[in-house]
Design a protein around this ligand. Sequence first.
Ligand SMILES: [Fe+2]
Length: 295
Amino acid sequence: MGIIKNLFHVSLQEDSIKEALDFYCGKLGFEEMFTLKVADFRKILSMEDSDKNNDLAWLSYVRVAPEEYLEIFNGVINPPEFDSKRIDHAKAPVVHSFALGCEDPGKTIAELEKRGVPVRNGFITDPTGCRIRIVERKSHRAAEKEHLFNSLAGASIYVNDLAGMSAFLQNMGMKKTGETETAVKLVVGENEQYLELLQATGPVETGDEDLLGHIALQVTSVADAVWTWGNNGVRCCMQPFMRNQPLEVKKGTVGNFAVDGCEIVWVVSGEGNRFEIMVQPGDTVQQKWEKEHPF
Ligand SMILES: [Fe+2]
C-alpha cells in the first residue's frame, strides 16, 4: 500500500461564500458539513485582540463523497487580521479545473440544465469562475441516496516545469498514467483519482491569490510520509510559509493538529504548489459528521 490514500479535498478561495454554497449545495446537491466563523479561528489561534468580522463565515466544508470534500474559503477575509478585502485572483491561474465524477454524465448534464446550470463542452463553472469537469466515474462507495455526483475525481493544474513537477509528484508515490508533449496525467491514491499537469504557455502564479488554495492528500501516516518522501528528496514542512524550514527526515515526526482535528504537514513544490498532507486520527470533525450523515 502506498503512502497516499486519496485526494481528500481541493480548497477554493471563493469571492462569496454564500454564492458558493448556493451553487455547490443548492444546485449540485452536495451537503454542507460545517462552517467555521472568523471567531472560531481566533479562538483556536488564541487571537483575542480583535473582534472584527468575527461573525463572518471563514471556511465551509462540503461533502462530495465520503472522505472527498471541497473546502471553501471566504476569499474576502484575509488572515491573520481578517480584514475584508477580496482576493485579487491571479491573472495567470494555477488551476485549470477540478473534476466531479458521476455514474451517467448524460443524465447528470440533463439534470444540471434543468436546475439552470449551463454545461459547456463537459464543463460547468462555479460562481467565482472555477471550471469543473464532469467525468464518468463509477462510485467506489456504497450510497444510500441518489447523487448527481458521486466523487471528487481529480484536478488539473498549469505548471511551469512539466518534467520537474511530474518527477516531484512521482517521488511522492503518484503514478504516471499518460503523457504528451504538453500534459502528464498521474493517478493519486487508492481510488484512481487523478492529478493532471498541463504545461503553461506563460509563467503561472503560485502565490496566495489562486482560486485553488491547495490540494489535500489523505495519507496513511504523516510520520511515514515525512520519512519515505524525505528519502526521495521531497521535504515536508509544518506550514506552507515555512517551506524554507523543511522537517528533518527522521522517523516518528508528528504534524500539526488543525481546527478540524486532522494531523497535518505540508509539501510545497519547487514552483510553489501547496499540498496539504493529512491523516484523520479517528475523531475529526469530518469523521464525526460522516458517522451521523450516511452517504
Ligand atoms: Fe485544506
